[in-house]
Design a protein around this ligand. Structure first.
Ligand SMILES: Cc1cc2nc3c(=O)[nH]c(=O)nc-3n(C[C@H](O)[C@H](O)[C@H](O)COP(=O)(O)O)c2cc1C
Length: 208
């Protein structure tokens, strides 16, 4: 099994990176191979468009999905996309680490989805990428009641279904760390310990 960790947070000192580093530690301890994309660290460009491919015919109406299919068949994606796609091809499970921003992905991660999970490669007729397993690890601003927790869960289920459900990937239970900025040091340590257990559970069910 090989795992692909995609982390989308601007600050290495953030709780998101503490969670990401916890995942790295669990995988190293278990001797599981993995790749990492630190989207801010590698200055990933999230803006999809003409710059994604090198061979779209000048003068034709630019359509992104069409440009993506053309680039796939002629090996004409720019390096920043093809490098991510290579990591995807060689992985069995993707783990996305991100803070919930406006009930969604940070823009840099949404842009990664737009530019890397391309037409004909990840979805669409005869897509070549074998469906993978996927897990989200998300931090939030916080929930105070059962109603709010349910609201978050529904939103996160939607974030799974709209992308990875659509592509028929196997969706694994998300790890959701609520209200991390209000937590004490000890409470944060407990969350990190729970994340270790969550990851071990996910690794067990992914291997079966
Ligand atoms: C631009 C922005 C949008 C946010 N939107 C939400 C939101 O929709 N729901 C929520 O619960 N928290 C929201 N938050 C709070 C973040 O989720 C929270 O600050 C983050 O998960 C904390 O993790 P960190 O300390 O690693 O940054 C938002 C924060 C920012 C900066």
């Amino acid at each position: 099994m090989k795992i692909y960790l995609v982390v989308a947070h601007p600050e290495q000192d953030s709780f998101n990176f503490a969670l990401h580093n916890t995942a790295v530690g669990v995988l190293k301890n278990a001797n599981i191979r993995f790749d990492v994309s630190d989207l801010y660290g590698q200055n990933f460009n999230p803006v999809a468009g003409r710059g994604d491919t090198t061979n779209f015919p000048a003068g034709d109406l630019f359509q992104l999905a069409k440009a993506q299919r053309l680039a796939l068949s002629s090996n004409s994606f720019v390096n920043s996309i093809s490098q991510e796609q290579e990591k995807l091809v060689s992985s069995d499970l993707l783990i996305f680490q991100f803070p919930l921003w406006w009930w969604s992905f940070p823009g840099i991660l949404k842009g990664w989805i737009d530019r890397v999970l391309t037409s004909g490669f990840a979805y669409g007729h005869n897509a070549i990428l074998k469906p993978k397993k996927v897990m989200y690890s998300i931090t939030t601003g916080g929930a105070d009641s059962k109603e709010e927790l349910d609201y978050y869960q529904n939103k996160i289920d939607g974030l799974y279904q709209d992308i990875f459900g659509f592509m028929r990937w196997e969706i694994l239970p998300a790890f959701i760390a609520h209200g991390v900025q209000q937590k004490t040091h000890d409470e944060r340590q407990q969350i990190l310990a729970s994340y270790q257990e969550h990851l071990k559970m996910v690794l067990r069910i992914s291997n079966t």
